[in-house]
Design a protein. Structure first.
Ligand SMILES: *Cc1c(COP(=O)(O)O)cnc(C)c1O
Length: 361
C-alpha cells in the first residue's frame, strides 16, 4: 500500500515526524503487560509536563479530541446544570451542542467569528447556580486565541469549574493548566503534538474531582478509566483495550516536545506564524484575527476577491501535495486556515506552500 506524499498544513492532522511513525510501528504488546504499564506511566508524566500541571488525573482518553470533550461533559456536568459556554467559532458551537445533549442549561456568550470574547462578558454571565464556564482556548475555525485572564478567579468565586478546549493550543501556544487555574481540559494528538489522530490528552484537578459523578457514558466513565490508568491497590484492571501503538506514538511525540522545551516551542510557533502572515499579506491575504488575538498555531486569512479558493486549494493538494484548509460555517468560501503546528511551524514547510501558491496565482 502506498500513500501519496503530503505536507499537512491544514487545521489537522499535522505532519507526523519519522520518530513518531517509528514508535507507532513497534510491536504491539499486551495492554496489561508490566512493560506497557511503564510506558503508560511515562506517557502520563510527559503529558503532565506538557499541560504544565501536577494533576494526578492526566492521561490520554481513547478517541479523537471530541472524545476528550465528551469525557469532560459526561463526568463533570449533570443534567440541569447551568453552564456558561463561550461561542465564537465552530468548536464553541460544538461544545454548546454537546452540553445540551447532556441536559445542561446552556447560557451562550456569543461573539464574532474571528475575535476573542471579552472576558468581562463571560464573568458577568456567571451566577451562584453556575456549575461551569467553558471556553475554547484556541479556536481552530477562526485562528483566535481566547485569553483566560481572570476566568479562574471568577469561577472560584461562583464555585464553578473552568473547562477549556486546548486541542489546537497545547504544545503550540502558551497554556499552563495550573497557572491559569483550569479545572478540566482536553486536547487532541493531531494538532501541535504531531501524532496521528486517535487520542485525547485529558486532565482534571481536585476541584473537578470533588464533583465527579458516575459518568452517563460507560466508555468514558472516568472512574472506570482510572481503574486501568491508575490501578490502585489491586493493580490495573481491564476496562477497554488501550490503543497500544497510538500510546507509543504519543509518548514519543511528547518526548520530542520536551526535548525542544515548551517555551522554545511557543516562540518558534509565534515566529513561524508571523513569518507566514507577512509572506501572505504581501500576496494580498490578510489575517482574520486582529493583533493580540491571534492563535500562533493556526493562521486564518481572508482570500482576496477574484481567487477561486476551492480550486486553488484543490490544486495545492493534488498537484503540489500541500494540504491547507478552507473556511467553516459563516466563513466557508472566504478564508483559508493554515496550520502552524509542530513540524509545520518551520520555514522550510512554509516555503513549500508559498512556492506552490506562487505558481498557482
Ligand atoms: C480539532 C479540534 C477538536 C476536535 O478534535 P477531533 O480530533 O476532530 O475530534 C476540538 N476542538 C478544537 C479547537 C479543535 O481544533
Amino acid at each position: 500500500m502506498t500513500v501519496p506524499d503530503r505536507l499537512l498544513l491544514g487545521s489537522g492532522p499535522s505532519p507526523v515526524p519519522r520518530r513518531v511513525l517509528d514508535a507507532l510501528a513497534q510491536p504491539t504488546i499486551g495492554h496489561l503487560d508490566p512493560a506497557f504499564a511503564e510506558i503508560m506511566e511515562r506517557c502520563k508524566d510527559r503529558l503532565r509536563q506538557v499541560f504544565q500541571t501536577t494533576n494526578d488525573v492526566t492521561m490520554p482518553v481513547s478517541g479523537t479530541g471530541s472524545a476528550g470533550m465528551e469525557a469532560m461533559v459526561v463526568n463533570f456536568i449533570r443534567p440541569g446544570d447551568r453552564v456558561v459556554c463561550g461561542v465564537h467559532g465552530l468548536f464553541g458551537e460544538r461544545m454548546a451542542d454537546e452540553m445540551r445533549r447532556n441536559g445542561a442549561e446552556v447560557v451562550v456568550v456569543e461573539g464574532e467569528w474571528g475575535r476573542a470574547l471579552d472576558t468581562a462578558r463571560l464573568v458577568d454571565a456567571l451566577d451562584e447556580r453556575t456549575a461551569a464556564l467553558f471556553v475554547v482556548h484556541g479556536e481552530t475555525s477562526t485562528g483566535v486565541r481566547q485569553p483566560l485572564d481572570g476566568l479562574a478567579a471568577a469561577c472560584r468565586e461562583h464555585d464553578a469549574l473552568l473547562m477549556v478546549d486546548c486541542v489546537t493550543s497545547l504544545a503550540g501556544a502558551p497554556i499552563g493548566i495550573d497557572e491559569e487555574g483550569v479545572d478540566v481540559a482536553f486536547s487532541g494528538t493531531q494538532k501541535c503534538l504531531n501524532v496521528p489522530p486517535g487520542l485525547a490528552p485529558f486532565t482534571a484537578g481536585e476541584r473537578a474531582l470533588e464533583r465527579l459523578e458516575p459518568g452517563r457514558s460507560w466508555y468514558l466513565d472516568l472512574t472506570l478509566l482510572l481503574g486501568y490508568w491508575s490501578g490502585g491497590g489491586g493493580g490495573r484492571s481491564y476496562h477497554h483495550t488501550a490503543p497500544i501503538n497510538l500510546i507509543y506514538a504519543l509518548d514519543e511525540g511528547l518526548q520530542i516536545v520536551l526535548e525542544e522545551g515548551l517555551e522554545a516551542r511557543w516562540v518558534r510557533h509565534l515566529d513561524a506564524h508571523e513569518r507566514l502572515r507577512g509572506e501572505l499579506a504581501e500576496r494580498g491575504f490578510e489575517r482574520l484575527a486582529p493583533e493580540g488575538e491571534a492563535l500562533s498555531s493556526l493562521l486564518c486569512v481572508r482570500v482576496p476577491d477574484g481567487i477561486d479558493e476551492a480550486a486553488v486549494r484543490r490544486s495545492l493538494l493534488l498537484d503540489h501535495g500541500v494540504e491547507i484548509s478552507g473556511g467553516l460555517g459563516p466563513l466557508a468560501g472566504q478564508v483559508w486556515r493554515i496550520g502552524v503546528m509542530g513540524e509545520g511551524a518551520r520555514p522550510e514547510a512554509q516555503d513549500r506552500l508559498l512556492t506552490a501558491l506562487d505558481k498557482l496565482l
